[in-house]
Design a protein around this ligand. Structure first.
Ligand code: TPP
Ligand code: MG
Length: 572
């Protein structure tokens, strides 16, 4: 039986396991939208801006490990997806973007709402297609999903000319994908794995640096086995957060620009780094030529292009992190490094890094910590970008996989709320909090309408400092405190939320923080809290740009300190 191109796309989406699409319609994608009426199993979430559709697909993918899907029309609809696609690209997130395109005969004529979206997204997609034949659509869509989710995941875009959606062809779902130029190396090189095991067994001061690759490959058990067998401290990158329980005795937090001072010290004093599914981003390494000067470096990553890109690597192992660790763990002898771990513990005692000042003001760190307490550490957290993001990384402790959802590589303000929509749709039984900045929130504030229309019980905490806070922090530290273009007028967020149909509270006093969060949790639906926090609070620790990881700026104020560093709470 013949189907239309749009039906073929829908049938293939269902076969690929898609249950939700985030999108916004328009003329050139209308045949597809009309066809969606025949497929109630594909839930369409109408966003208010296409950027949010891409971020929501991304949040869905990060929370579930499945491919997220977004849809937009041609021209401005497609270009509005670009920031979201780039965000997914830099953080290796599998999404498939479907865009409408003008009919084939109009392509190249500057037709109404014609834009070369495959050209525009070429450098920010893992692959993209301009679909020119209805008959090959099933194969093409299947291939797009295959490319998005395999190997190092990433976004794939399919541009669908209007007439390709309307024409008919036989529907055959291909049984397999043949891509001669796309060979995946999943198992690491045996000899290199042996070399790595020998180094690990002999190391005196080893550290694991775990990145998002661990989350992607699902190597939670394997990394734990390695760490526990050889008693190796585990440090994560920003996007590696939640790949190893932060309450584990061997967890030593995040490294990098706003990482824990003791984690940075551990890295730079180590004799062996086992870098797993991470890419030595400059925010993680500090000054590269001062990075871990005495360490031998083992680098396990699925993408050969990452090996040796930023730092020298002694033992490269290209492969899927989980598969490689399974092989590696068999060669690891049990070990203990009591002196090394004792050294790390004393650095942590001297530089606790996540201490919250005991003061009268309403501190943003305190808000995050309270959200942690009230949610029992069991929520999915999405963030904006800036100080709010760093505080959410530092002061919430993540024990379960894929719980910290944040734009790391691109650092996209406006990511938090739409990503929370995706996470909530992917994990409807989980509590989802969006911890956002007042600036970031205003970049996709319109999505309040989507969460109301779709009844998404997302809880929103705005850390409202009336500044583009992270930029203001840089102006304070490096630009003579000239706060130019960073003081930020914001609306009354509670009134705005109410206008959309979301109940809200404003909190200005420390004592009201806990009760407000409890009220949000008790409410059966979306809830917003506008926390008016200390405006000029800074994020510490900080490794200033160009400094080495051990040159850390720490909290300069000397008030009474309440020691609340991330110390192990259980021996899991
Ligand atoms: C789309 C976008 N534009 C600009 C920036 C640069 N930038 C990084 S952090 C930041 C300030 C964010 O302000 P806010 O959301 O209020 O967060 P805060 O730092 O105050 O917590 C800016 C402007 C960015 N990351 N993304
Ligand atoms: Mg702000």
């Amino acid at each position: 039986m013949k189907l239309t191109g749009a039906q073929i796309v829908c049938e293939t989406l269902i076969k690929e396991g898609v249950d939700v699409l985030f999108g916004f319609p328009g003329g050139q994608i209308l045949p597809f939208y009309d066809t969606l009426t025949q497929y109630p199993q594909l839930r369409h979430i109408l966003v208010r801006h296409e950027q949010a559709a891409a971020h929501a697909a991304d949040g869905y993918a990060r929370a579930t490990g499945r491919v997220g899907v977004c849809v937009a029309t041609s021209g401005p609809g497609a270009t509005n997806l670009v920031t979201g696609i780039a965000t997914a690209y830099l953080d290796s997130v599998p999404i498939v973007a479907l865009t409408g395109q003008v009919a084939r005969t109009f392509i190249g004529k500057d037709a109404f709402q014609e834009i070369d979206i495959t050209g525009i997204t070429l450098p920010i997609t893992k692959h993209n297609y301009l679909a020119m034949e209805t008959s090959s659509l099933a194969y093409l869509v299947r291939e797009a999903f295959y490319i998005a989710r395999t190997g190092r995941p990433g976004p794939v875009l399919i541009d669908l000319p209007r007439d390709v959606q309307i024409d008919q062809a036989e529907f055959h779902y291909p049984s397999k994908i043949e891509l001669p130029g796309y060979k995946l190396t999943l198992e690491g090189h045996k000899e290199q794995i042996k070399r790595a095991a020998k180094l690990i067994n002999e190391a005196k001061k080893p550290v694991i640096i775990a990145g998002r690759g661990v989350n992607i490959s699902g190597a939670f058990q394997e990394i734990r086995e390695l760490a526990e067998a050889a008693q190796i401290p585990v440090i994560t990158t920003l996007l590696g957060i939640s790949c190893f329980p932060e309450s584990h005795v061997l967890s030593y937090g995040m490294l990098g620009m706003h990482g824990m001072a003791y984690a940075n010290m551990a890295v730079n004093n180590s004799d062996l780094i086992i870098a797993i599914g991470m890419r030595f981003d400059d925010r993680a390494t500090g000054r590269v030529n001062a990075f871990a000067p005495n360490a031998t470096i083992i680098h396990i990553d699925i993408d050969p292009a990452e090996i040796g890109k930023n730092v020298r690597v002694d033992v490269p192992i290209v492969g899927d992190v989980r598969v490689v660790l399974q092989a590696l763990n068999k060669l690891i002898t049990t070990n203990k490094h009591p002196e090394w771990l004792h050294q790390l513990d004393s650095w942590r005692k001297d530089h606790p890094s996540t201490t919250i000042r005991d003061c009268a003001e309403l501190l943003p760190q305190y808000v995050v910590r309270k959200i942690y307490e009230v949610t029992n550490g069991d929520a999915i957290i999405t963030t904006g970008v800036g100080q709010n993001q760093m505080w959410a990384a530092q002061h919430y402790w993540y024990d379960k996989p894929n719980r910290f959802i944040s734009s790391g590589g691109l650092g996209t303000m406006g990511y938090g709320l739409p990503a929370a929509m995706g996470a909530k749709l992917g994990c409807p039984n989980d509590t989802v909090w969006c911890i956002d900045g007042d600036g970031s929130f205003q970049m996709n504030i319109q999505e309040l309408a989507t969460i109301v229309q779709e009844k998404l019980a997302i809880k929103i905490a705005i850390l409202n400092n009336s500044y583009l806070g992270m930029v203001r922090q840089w102006q304070e530290l490096f630009y003579g405190k000239r706060y130019y273009a960073t003081p930020l007028f914001g609306p009354d967020f509670v009134k705005i939320a109410e206008a959309y149909g979301v109940p809200g509270l404003r909190v200005t006093r420390r004592a009201d923080v806990g009760p407000a969060i409890e009220k949000a949790m008790a409410y059966d639906g979306p809830f917003l809290i506008d926390f008016h926090v200390e405006p000029e609070e800074n994020v510490y620790p900080m490794v200033v740009p160009g400094a080495s990881l051990t040159e850390v700026l720490e909290e300069p104020r000397k008030q009474t300190l309440k020691d609340s560093a991330k110390l192990p709470v259980s021996g899991i």
